[in-house]
Write a protein that binds this ligand. Structure first.
Ligand code: SF4
Length: 258
């Protein structure tokens, strides 16, 4: 039987860089242990993403109003993961507030939308790279911009791991690289943007390809035990039961994490 090509994504690569063993459990052995405490954040993030995707697809300007946007959140609300009605309600109110801020001063408007929330895959011979583009559009001053909506409270810059994946996806789907790539932090209604240059494309493409190749060639998956394993890793019990020896020496291309 023909061997299937491995799939890699930004979250998979990050998991590998955090702990090889965790990557093996999650992406190769496909051991599905949901992280209970993060389920509500996942549900919340998905609800907002679905809402914005549907809102951004509305062409009729008379329909693009705040009531429509709020109604879309109600219709697309995912209830999973909340520990009480009160908690769910407070997240719901936070979502409505977030969307109101967005509606009043959107930072992703331009001349033409090229793509809204699409899951894409690129076949790169040895592996397949998967990712989602939330929105790609032409700005009023003719830049091609990729937007990634973020629904958490923390704001952080676009790193050299996520950026090249967006570049590849854009090139694959639209035939061109973007000029701008932005994280849109909806809680604060602020956008962090990085300009894309030819030099950046060349450097990052090489780095990410080398990293992906080393991941797919890895045979020995080390543990990267930290004091946060117990609180942060859903495989902590499995790791403890199997009583693996932890390996602190793992160090692969960590510069990409920054
Ligand atoms: S518990 Fe720690 S060492 Fe084990 S898989 Fe999770 S992160 Fe890795």
């Amino acid at each position: 039987m023909k061997k299937q090509k491995p799939h890699l994504s930004c979250s998979g690569i990050r998991t590998f860089l955090d702990c090889n063993k965790k990557y093996q459990y999650q992406y190769l052995d496909k051991i599905n242990i949901p992280k209970d405490h993060s389920m509500k954040y996942l549900s919340f993030g998905k609800s907002i993403h679905k809402t914005l995707a549907k809102f951004n697809k509305i062409r009729d300007q008379s329909q693009r109003n705040i009531d429509t946007l709020h109604d879309l959140l109600r219709k697309n609300w995912i209830r999973e993961g909340y520990t009480s009605i009160e908690e769910e309600r407070s997240f719901g109110l936070k979502g409505l507030d977030m969307l109101t801020k967005y509606y009043e001063n959107p930072k992703d408007q331009g001349k033409k939308i090229l793509l809204i929330e699409e899951m894409l895959s690129i076949d790169l011979k040895e592996y397949i790279l998967d990712g989602v583009l939330d929105k790609v559009y032409i700005t009023h001053d003719n830049n091609l911009e990729i937007i990634d909506y973020k629904t958490g409270n923390n704001m952080y810059p676009l790193d050299n791991l996520q950026l090249p994946i967006y570049l590849f996806l854009s090139k694959e789907k639209l035939g061109v690289y973007p000029n701008l790539v932005s994280y849109y932090f909806l809680s604060h209604n602020k956008k962090y943007t990085r300009e894309v240059t030819k030099e950046l494309i060349n450097n990052l493409s090489m780095d990410i390809h080398n990293l992906c190749t080393s991941i797919i060639k890895t045979k020995d998956f080390h543990h990267n035990s930290t004091p946060y394993c117990k609180s942060n890793c859903q495989y902590y019990q499995l790791c403890s039961i199997l009583n693996f020896k932890c390996n602190h020496s793992f160090n692969i291309n960590t510069k990409l994490k920054n």
